[in-house]
Design a protein around this ligand. Structure first.
Ligand code: FAD
Ligand code: SIN
Length: 534
């Protein structure tokens, strides 16, 4: 790979958000798409339930908006909510035009149901919707001559004129680690887009893949962007509990199609917590499960769909049925052991309706962005929709800004003359584990002031160690992810400390009440000392 490359557009991330944007811009620009793993390495690939959109004649966008606001505990921004739900049908139509094979029944799209939705409005491809979407988008981008795909290439940090000591504040690209060769290259671009997904890997137990380390949020913060509402980490109520089933999700659609949550003695309990029982929004269900597990000292609870007939289960949930069967659980006959796990980052890099961030030339879309859509708790299946809607809006905004003969500033190559190979990689593995454990124990489903203070103390110590390590040794993917995870954890803890109420996903025993006024938590990187570009 060349040490310096120039493109019109640099898309960092190859999930639903990044690939949608790349496809929409393909006729107008030369585009680089980076993925730090394979193209399939993000959360999109794992998505099960589906995409929420109003497609039924008995449903209207106002219902979808009301459900989103309600799930978000009245913190969602109504402009972002209305904008998103109104684009629901167009987004599904676009995905169908690309060739996504959504499930049908009697020639019509099959609509399933999930928690917090007042209507059936989840469009899906059985229980592997993300795979169906991403496979289709990957086929398309591979056939676009204007798109160049860079797998196993990880953005380290954004390059901005301010960091370079030049006038203005514009993002002009990024330093990128080629993970296979270890070389570090400069990618220059007129417009750079963070589509790097969420940060749920900050927690010990998560439904996400290993790469969900909040890189986009960390890079944006280090470049001077504000972030918002990072205290709202969504815990999915039902991840499979099994020693060999790392991170496997049991879709909310299982509850949508009648699955019951059970205690170890086989009794139902959700009706005691919310009249919508199993179909209450996720924050309520996850908290109820956590409460019952702690009360009973149970390692897990159960989700039972075995009362539905076998053909229904196997055709609607083939992936879940197969995975459980491989682990010796026949979901047609027995309840599934489940636990909650970190699933979705509701907060992120502050961006407007077109994905613009605080820095010129830098956009954020998808899970890494904070658009105001999700409020204090994301409504199920609104995330894939958000990826398509905001990527489309962002593409339009970028088109209006593209320049024919853009001149880039001189950018220095990455300098490794002051660093050596590490002889103590164990520090990285140790700190990964320590960080994710204290985040789980102290900044999890139920918080207190004391727990947050403990977490902050540990986070400060870890960040000191990581900064020292970073400035002395050659970088690796693990080190970069640890550095990002540690920073995002700090931002989560600080945000949680600032919220003196319990709202949506943020529940604290010290402030169990809801404040009258709903307010975002915004953090600004004031007095941030720009990390010297190596
Ligand atoms: P992702 O799909 O996570 O992609 C991130 C990309 O960024 C990856 O390509 C990664 O390699 C790349 N990347 C990250 N950091 C860097 C870096 N430093 N340099 C280069 N590349 C980088 N939502 C729904 O709406 N419906 C569902 O049914 C649903 N089910 C889900 C099931 C599971 C198990 C999970 C984990 C999530 C689910 N979600 C669902 C949430 C939804 O899938 C995600 O929020 C959404 O797919 C995020 O898409 P994205 O494009 O923003 O990021
Ligand atoms: C699921 O299938 O339960 C995941 C849906 C989502 O996260 O929106």
């Amino acid at each position: 790979m060349k040490l310096q490359q120039e493109f019109d557009i640099l898309v960092i991330g190859s999930g639903a958000a990044g690939l949608t944007l790349a496809l929409k811009l393909a006729p107008f620009a030369r585009i680089a798409v980076l993925s730090k793993g394979q193209l399939t390495s993000g959360s999109t690939w794992l998505a099960q339930g589906g995409v929420a959109a109003v497609m039924d004649s008995l449903d209207v966008a106002q219902n979808h908006a009301a459900d989103t606001l309600n799930a978000g505990s009245n913190l969602s921004h109504s402009d972002a909510v209305n904008f998103t739900v109104e684009q629901g049908r167009a987004s599904i139509d676009w995905l169908i035009e690309q060739g996504v094979p959504f499930s049908k029944e009697n020639g019509q799209l099959h609509l399933t149901k999930e928690g917090g939705h007042s209507h059936r409005r989840i469009i899906h491809a059985a229980d592997s919707t993300g795979k169906a979407i991403l496979n289709t988008l990957i086929d398309k981008v591979r056939n676009e001559p204007s798109i160049t795909l860079f797998e196993h290439c990880m953005a380290i940090d954004l390059i901005t004129t301010q960091k370079m000591g030049l006038a203005g504040d514009k993002c002009v690209g990024a330093y990128v680690l080629d993970i296979n060769t270890g070389s570090i290259n400069v990618f220059k671009a007129q417009q750079t887009i963070l589509a790097t997904g969420g940060a749920s890997k900050t927690y010990l137990y998560t439904s996400n893949s290993d790469g969900a380390s909040g890189d986009g949020i960390a890079m944006a913060w280090r470049s001077g962007c504000r972030v918002a509402n990072l205290e709202f980490n969504q815990f999915h109520p039902t991840c499979l509990y099994h020693p060999q089933a790392k991170s496997f999700l049991i879709s909310e659609a299982v509850r949508g199609e009648g699955g019951k949550l059970l205690l170890p003695d086989g009794s139902a309990f959700m009706h005691k917590f919310d009249q919508r029982a199993e179909l209450a929004p996720r924050d309520i269900v996850a908290r109820a499960i956590d409460h019952e597990m702690k009360r009973l000292g149970a390692d897990c609870l159960y989700l039972d769909i075995s009362h539905r007939d076998d053909d229904f289960i196997k055709s609607h949930f083939p992936t879940i049925h197969q995975r459980c069967k491989e682990l010796g659980i026949d979901i047609c006959k027995q309840p599934i052991p489940i636990v909650p796990a970190a699933h979705y980052t509701c907060g992120g890099v502050i961006s407007d309706i077109n994905g613009n961030t605080d820095i010129n030339g830098l956009y954020a879309i998808g899970e890494t962005a904070f658009t105001g859509l999700h409020g204090a708790n994301r409504l199920a299946s609104n995330s894939l929709l958000e990826c398509i809607v905001f990527a489309s809006a962002c593409a339009k905004d970028i088109c209006a800004k593209l320049e024919d003969n853009c001149e880039f500033p001189e950018i220095a190559n990455w300098d490794e003359s002051q660093v050596t190979d590490s002889d103590e990689d164990v520090i990285i593995a140790h700190n990964w584990d320590e960080l994710r454990r204290f985040m789980w124990d102290y900044v999890g489903i139920v918080r207190t002031n004391k727990r947050l203070q403990r977490a902050k103390h540990r986070s400060d110590l870890l960040q000191g160690e990581i900064a020292e390590y970073y400035s002395n040794y050659k970088i690796s993917r693990d080190l970069l992810e640890l550095r990002n995870l540690a920073l995002v954890s700090e931002l989560i803890i600080r945000s949680a400390m600032l919220r003196k109420e319990s709202r949506g996903l943020h529940f604290t025993l010290d402030y169990p009440e809801l404040n009258l006024q709903a307010k975002d938590t915004i953090l600004t990187p004031i007095n941030y000392s720009w990390p010297a570009i190596r």
